[in-house]
Design a protein around this ligand. Structure first.
Ligand code: CS2
Length: 520
């Protein structure tokens, strides 16, 4: 048989080349202890791999109880691909100059919920499953943005109340918790692994609200008995491309239909909870009393910085974060954005935020990671309020200037109009896409008119920013710079103005100089 037709599977594990890291245990001997909803790339490159490392760090029979039942709620593709290779797949950890391939073997069962509802129900009810984890994206929480409660008018919520086998993760979870309640079994601990602040608190509220629509006693039991620790998850995981499949094939000598590329960095901060769990701490996870300082710095520096870099990079005609970070002045801009404009808005903590910012610049510059800008900028209208506008408000209240944040907001506005600096289309994926294009059309190429029309979108900017004339002026200034000179020159102008005025702290100036000297 042609080598190209051989598929990664348990039978081949021992014959893998030495350079490939493989599970330090026999995956066939794992027993299910975790059920995960949302079998996407992030889960496979983060929690599933960390669980493998936890089992390896503290091996033994007890560790083998932490196999993962991984559930796809929406599409069968990934589950079928994984099932055909005994749940095994490779994580391609791409550093700046080398890639480490790690075959991961913790997915001990795969379920495609729409076709295997009974199997999923049994797994949810199984008392051996003591942890349920989720990566279902922000939209999967079905939260009403105004009340912060379950959106009871959401069509999926209404349908799931009537269906025997639901479609949404929240409804599945409540059904599973209900079966433990009915059977008198202890509940599992439920851990959200989505990139959303207070993810545990939000998930808890959504489950209580959904349960209350069916059975008040179940809602009360969930409220008093189920633990929903919040977690902060971090790892940059770009979309899998043909190159990743090719690289996996070359490394393994076998075909892997489900490889995941990821940066070497990985972080998981988990709120303390009671009950058994894998030795995630031995594999690098941290247990803390309060995750909110980690959440805040991640949201404002990493995710806010990502949105800023992606908006400017899209205008400049770049495709990836690393390509954008290599533009002149961009690293200095990113550092200034993070250290001068985001750091002062964070809650007090003993974290070294300047070191975190420098580490982020290095992570974003990693040329091994092809992190597509269009993906980072996707749903920008929904990301803008928490990632850029919240810190802008804090800075305005404190009287601190925030020219980098303002430039990023102006860049997002220009992207929303759908054309880059060379007049080529930007494929903006956003729930407000049609509305944004309509507004851009009525601005008829007038950048100040675009600012005025977009600022009127109070769902995004609130009434306060729409009526803040100082902010409007600064935004117009940034928009003029982008309109007349383009994003590349605007970034350089932004950091040069800063150096001349010496607004930055000494520490940042050194960072900036270091970053600028690395810039080609
Ligand atoms: C990114 C995140 O697409 C985005 O919004 O900022 O997905 C980011 O890559 C992750 O949060 C990193 O942990």
């Amino acid at each position: 048989m042609d080598l190209g037709e051989l598929r990664l599977s348990r039978a081949h594990l021992n014959a893998l080349p030495d350079a490939v890291l493989r599970p330090g245990f026999d995956p066939a001997c794992l027993r299910p202890g975790i059920l995960h909803l949302g079998c996407g790339s992030f889960h496979r490159a983060h929690q599933a791999l960390l669980t493998q490392q936890a089992i390896e760090a503290a091996p033994g029979d007890d560790a083998m109880r932490w196999g993962i039942v991984s559930v796809s709620l929406v599409t069968p593709g990934i589950v079928n691909a994984l099932a055909a290779q005994d749940g095994l797949y490779s994580v391609l950890e791409r550093g700046p100059s080398a890639t480490q391939v790690r075959v991961t073997g913790t997915l001990c069962r795969l379920i495609y919920a729409p076709q295997e509802a009974r199997v999923l129900m049994q797994a949810l009810a199984d008392p051996a499953i003591s942890l349920i984890t989720l990566t279902i994206t922000t939209a999967g929480y079905l939260t009403d943005p105004v009340s912060g409660r379950l959106d009871v008018n959401h069509p999926d919520v209404r349908l799931d109340l009537r269906r025997q086998h639901p479609h949404t993760a929240i409804a599945w979870l409540v059904l599973g918790l209900g079966s433990r309640y009915q059977a008198g079994h202890p509940p599992p601990v439920v851990l959200s692994c989505d990139n959303l602040p207070s993810n545990g608190k939000i998930l808890r509220q959504m489950c209580i609200d959904f349960a209350a629509l069916k059975d008040d006693r179940l809602a009360a039991w969930i409220e008093s008995q189920v633990q929903f620790p919040s977690t902060m998850v971090d790892r940059i995981v770009p979309v899998t491309m043909a190159q990743d499949r090719d690289d996996a094939f070359h490394a393994l000598g076998l075909h892997d239909a489900a490889p995941v590329p990821a940066e070497p960095f990985s972080q998981w901060v988990i709120e303390h909870f009671d009950g058994p769990r894998p030795r995630w701490d031995a594999a690098g996870a941290q247990y803390v009393q309060d995750v909110s300082p980690w959440e805040a710095s991640k949201l404002r520096l990493l995710n806010g910085g990502h949105l800023a870099v992606a908006s400017l990079g899209l205008l400049a005609g770049c495709e990836t974060v690393a390509e954008t970070m290599a533009l002149p002045g961009m690293s200095a801009y990113a550092l200034r954005f993070m250290v001068d404009e985001q750091k002062p808005t964070l809650p007090p903590s003993d974290h070294d935020i300047s070191a975190y910012a420098r580490q982020l610049v290095a992570r974003w510059r990693n040329p091994g990671i092809a992190h597509q800008l269009e993906r980072v900028a996707r749903d920008g209208s929904q990301k803008l309020p928490t990632r850029l506008l919240a810190s802008l408000r804090d800075n305005r209240e404190a009287g601190r200037p925030s020219p980098c944040t303002t430039l990023a907001i102006a860049a997002w506005m220009r992207c929303a109009a759908g054309l880059n600096d060379a007049g080529q289309p930007i494929d903006l994926q956003d729930p407000l896409r049609q509305e944004l294009f309509r507004l851009a059309d009525s601005a008829r190429g007038n950048p100040f008119r675009l600012v005025d029309l977009l600022l009127e979108q109070t769902d995004i900017f609130g009434v306060d920013l729409a009526s803040d004339s100082g902010f409007r002026q600064q935004l117009q200034h940034a928009m003029r710079l982008l309109h007349e000179q383009g994003a590349r020159a605007a970034v350089v102008a932004c950091v040069s103005a800063w150096s001349e005025n010496d607004h930055g702290t000494g520490a940042v100036t050194r960072c900036q100089q270091a970053a600028m000297s690395r810039t080609p």
